[in-house]
Design a protein around this ligand. Sequence first.
Ligand code: ZN
Ligand code: ZN
Length: 230
Amino acid sequence: MNIKNKIINLDNSDYHMHSMNFSDWLNTIEEIVRYAWDIGLNEIAITDHSDGAMDVLTSMFNVSKTTFRYSLRKWKNVHNDVNVVFWVEADIMNEDWDISDLIQWKESEFINLSAHKDICWTQVKSIDTAYKNAIEKHHKKIKCICHPCSNTNYWQEVDINNLIDLANKYYIPLEINWNYLYHWKTNIDKLHILIKNANRIYINSDAHSLYGLREYRKNVIKFLEENWYI
Ligand SMILES: [Zn+2]
Ligand SMILES: [Zn+2]
């Protein structure tokens, strides 16, 4: 089964990564953009964590962020021709339709939608209901559903077939996330179901370091080749 036609970014683009400026990456936006060019990427989305996630992360690790999101409106890529867009990795917050999709109270035109156990576990009993309500309410601005095959903690309860049906209904790509695959945080059976049944797929690094940016996406491609998907 060849799935090349449903992978949106098989060319040199990566739509999930984090910066030091706004969340938990080791390098700054400027360093990421320079390195993206060096490794042949032509478009990247820097998708830092939402305020909801950062509230939890900063309190857990006693860190703080000092870059003002507002200053991004003055930012341009002065290094090279990599097209850079800034989205938010938004968080499902409860079983209704509430998501955290702001960074420093500022909205982004587009988001990647994620469910992180650490952020919302107290409010979410059924992750399937939470996904359904969040996607139905926010589908117009969702660019990607991140790490849907996560096997960490109770996220293994996600009904992947339901999630794929929902994503297909709204033409939202589902992600093959190398960060999760590499760190044994992926349910491989679900991943094969996703690859076969999702209509649109992104392959993203979810990189938190320059090493991740260089290696992770490349390794998804290797995984797909080894399994005869491309
Ligand atoms: Zn995530
Ligand atoms: Zn991420």
